[in-house]
Ligand binder design. Structure first.
Ligand SMILES: Cc1cc2nc3c(=O)[nH]c(=O)nc-3n(C[C@H](O)[C@H](O)[C@H](O)COP(=O)(O)OP(=O)(O)OC[C@H]3O[C@@H](n4cnc5c(N)ncnc54)[C@H](O)[C@@H]3O)c2cc1C
Length: 407
């Protein structure tokens, strides 16, 4: 099976060339899916000394991970104020803290393994485009700071100081999180998969068609495993059918501009459309930008596709000229889309897969999987190897949807 088209900027600037191996008959841990979650689970398992097999239908970074914006931020897609309102103080704080710990773990692994994944802690700017937006951003910053997390509210002048081209008057301020980072998604996933292989993991290319007790059934044969991690995000429902209504595929689109003189240091985001936009300038000067799915029919919910569409792409192309009127010379080089997955409460799920003996899954990152991938990957590997839930997963349990009505 060929790699899915179209290729993203990340795929094209770092093709992953890791050799795959035949599926062995047994393992301590089988990980299904080699995105940011799966490569972390495989790496953690191999590092703990387990016999690990990492299986992907296409190869590492062929799902959302190799098609994303390359942001390693903090927090959930819902934002802190709404997470507090929905889950209560203790749970919201624990959720947020996990994403802070995730970044520390990412930094540690990238350093220890010497991963050349262009990781840099540039900070992240969220632009406010009107007074209501600005007030909400300030409230969010205050709530975060009250709970010991770090964020700042910036005036337009302070915001301008962090951007290398004049801002439109539409930008009335920003929320700034200086500790957030950017990276090269394909370099990260390829590097971490290679680190897992160096520590003894087997990388196999196969499509998993079912999980029955300790048996993982694939189109290349069956493998038995003491523990299983399902890291299939937008495809989770195929292996854990109970998640069909809870982890829903959503197409996200992006494009990259050809290398440009440096203008954007931090990662950036805003809401020109209600579903949001985000962009970063990479280390080769290219600008990767995505979002605008609000213009697609039904916001591309339930669309599992990598194909970019003219409507959403045209909307993305309007974002930078509108916000930075002096910016010249943008030339689109690559266009792509990728499979995100959303949950009803805009918060990921991580739990034991119902009906399976010792299979664990996480998914439904709602467009923000990097703040969870390292921490969840490690915890899912620990859970699958020990047979009991690792600390920190409880706030994300599947049972929360049955416990109370969701928005
Ligand atoms: C356009 C776009 C921009 C985004 N920007 C950001 C961002 O900047 N920051 C951020 O934090 N998040 C972002 N996201 C979301 C983020 O990319 C995802 O949340 C994250 O990559 C999910 O990682 P994952 O490992 O769970 O899933 P994926 O990366 O989707 O990996 C799942 C893997 O499972 C494999 N698989 C599935 N089913 C099977 C099967 N049956 N057998 C074998 N293999 C299987 C797939 O081939 C795939 O490789 C973005 C997403 C998109 C699409």
């Amino acid at each position: 099976m060929n790699a899915p088209e179209p290729r993203s900027y990340w795929h094209l600037t770092f093709p992953i060339t890791l050799e795959t191996q035949p599926l062995p008959e047994s393992a301590d841990l089988v990980v299904v899916g080699a995105g940011v979650l799966g490569v972390n689970a495989a790496y953690a398992g191999a590092r703990a000394g387990a016999r690990v097999v990492l299986i992907d239908q296409f190869g590492p970074a062929e799902g959302a991970t190799g098609r994303n914006g390359g942001f390693l931020t903090e927090g959930t897609a819902l934002g802190y104020a709404r997470t507090l309102a929905l889950f209560g103080h203790e749970t919201a704080r624990a959720m947020w803290q996990l994403t802070v710990d995730n970044r520390a773990l990412a930094r540690q692994i990238i350093g220890e393994e010497g991963l050349d994944c262009w990781y840099r802690e540039t900070g992240h700017l969220d632009f406010s485009l009107d007074a209501q937006d600005w007030e909400a951003d300030q409230a969010s910053v205050e709530a975060l700071r009250r709970d010991g997390f770090y964020a700042e509210s910036l005036t337009p002048a302070q915001t301008q100081a962090l951007v290398g081209t004049p801002l439109s008057a539409e930008i009335v301020g920003a929320r700034y999180t200086p500790q957030c980072g950017l990276l090269h998604s394909s370099r990260l996933a390829g590097g971490l998969a290679a680190a897992a292989v160096r520590r003894g993991a087997v990388l196999a290319r196969a499509t998993v068609t079912g999980i029955e007790d300790e048996r993982v059934i694939t189109d290349q044969g069956t493998i038995t495993a003491r523990g299983i991690v399902i890291a299939a995000n937008a495809w989770t429902h195929r292996l854990a059918p109970v998640t069909r209504e809870l982890i829903v595929p959503v197409r996200g689109e992006a494009l990259s501009y050809a290398p440009h003189e440096p203008v954007f240091g931090p990662g950036m985001g805003t809401s020109v459309t209600p579903t949001g936009e985000y962009w970063q300038q990479t280390l080769d000067g290219s600008i990767v930008i995505g979002g605008c799915r609000a213009v697609a029919p039904n916001r591309d919910v339930n669309v599992l596709s990598n194909v970019a569409t003219p409507g959403t792409q045209a909307a993305i192309e309007q974002v930078l000229p509108r916000l930075f009127p002096a910016l010249r010379g943008l030339s689109v080089q690559h266009r792509w889309a990728g499979p995100m997955a959303f949950t009803p409460d805009y918060t990921p799920i991580a739990d034991r897969a119902p009906g399976a003996r010792n299979a664990w899954f996480a998914g439904g990152f709602c467009g923000l999987g990097m703040p969870f991938g390292f921490a969840f990957g490690k915890r899912l590997a620990e859970s699958a190897l020990s047979g009991s839930p690792s600390a920190g997963l409880r706030p994300f349990r599947l049972g929360r949807f049955a416990e109370r009505a969701m928005p």
